[in-house]
Design a binder for this molecule. Sequence first.
Ligand code: ATP
Length: 398
Amino acid sequence: MSETTIAKEQTESTSTEETTMSDTTTDSARTDQDSDNDHIQIEGIQKTFDDGAIVACDDVNINIDKGEFVILVGPSGCGKTTTLRCIAGLEEPDKGEIRVGGNDITNLAPKDRNLAFVFQSIALFPHMSVRKNIRFGLDMNTDLKDDEKRRRVEEVAETLGLEEMLDRKPSSLSGGQQQRVSLGRAMVMEPEAFLLDEPFSALDANLRDEMRVEVKKIQRELNTAMVFVTHDQEEAMTLGDKIVVMNDGYVQQIGTPYEIYNDPTNRFVADFIGSPSPNLQKCTVERTDSGLVLSTDVFSVPATDEQAEHLKDRVGETLIYGIRPEYLTITDGDGDFTASLDVIEPLGDRDAIHLSADDMSFSAVTPQGELSRETERVQVNIQTEESWLFEQGGTRIV
Ligand code: ATP
């Protein structure tokens, strides 16, 4: 039984939740730039279930370079796992093409794709030693000489710090060590790419942090593409060279962690990435003697030159004003608005500050201990240069 055959035996998701195309998706958001180094090309993949009633993913286009760490991230049910399973060959797409190294593999059996799948649940054989677990795929799927198999297992065990544990049974290992064995089993196959589906979700928070660093180091060392599924935006930001944000079956944006964080293509991406979440408030475009301003019930701020350029024909319209918490600053002087301090949430080096003014809530981030619990009201300044504007439907304007 191969790694991928084991995958077929994993339980399938059977929810009948229906998905529809997000109205916030734009053409530019769904495409990925072609590059000469593209190793894996995913073009126009669609997968539906229940005779088309459930669209698990649609129009997915992703290019993956040889040594690239790509994260598929999005809320539960957005189609990440289905996309990954299409790449692995565990699902047959209704439409689209998948190429590896220029070869069309869309209709190849999973075992013929040379892609290694690492699962959410650690599927080790309890009666086999770590050594046998790691070399399992080599025994089942290759005609390599025994010496070569031994060499690969030992090399991988060394990379993963498992040398001392090769003769132990999985039950005597910690969760993190077991997940390492599972990675090792994929690594010995020397695949074209690793496909990982929430591999750390069963681990506790500290171990998860450790494994993230480890897997990123390993990926850098191997210089092999990894496609990693997670619903955790923080995991996506810390691991990815390239992040693919999905919602309702559609890719919303593809970019580096900084691009996704600083320059979201729509309201969904802005809201999904980053913690605390950005402030997103309805505002009206107004013309004053000193130029265009953006007005909410609580504050009125001048449009930046760039914003004004996009808004000159939109006076009177209602839009969404977006700003990350770190760009709201507490000031001693007169701010852009006054707010009540509701809650201080210590985050370590910073505090998340939750504020309210009229019926609106805001989050800000301040250095540790800057505000005391006794503080009742604060003056808040908005760093308008860092703000975004979205259509009410969610598409980014500027
Ligand atoms: P999660 O993080 O919860 O695993 P996901 O983003 O990976 O979610 P998918 O598992 O790809 O999402 O599922 C996308 C949609 O397709 C969901 O609505 C899901 O219920 C549906 N779906 C997935 N597999 C099947 C299946 N075999 N039969 C019917 N519906 C399915």
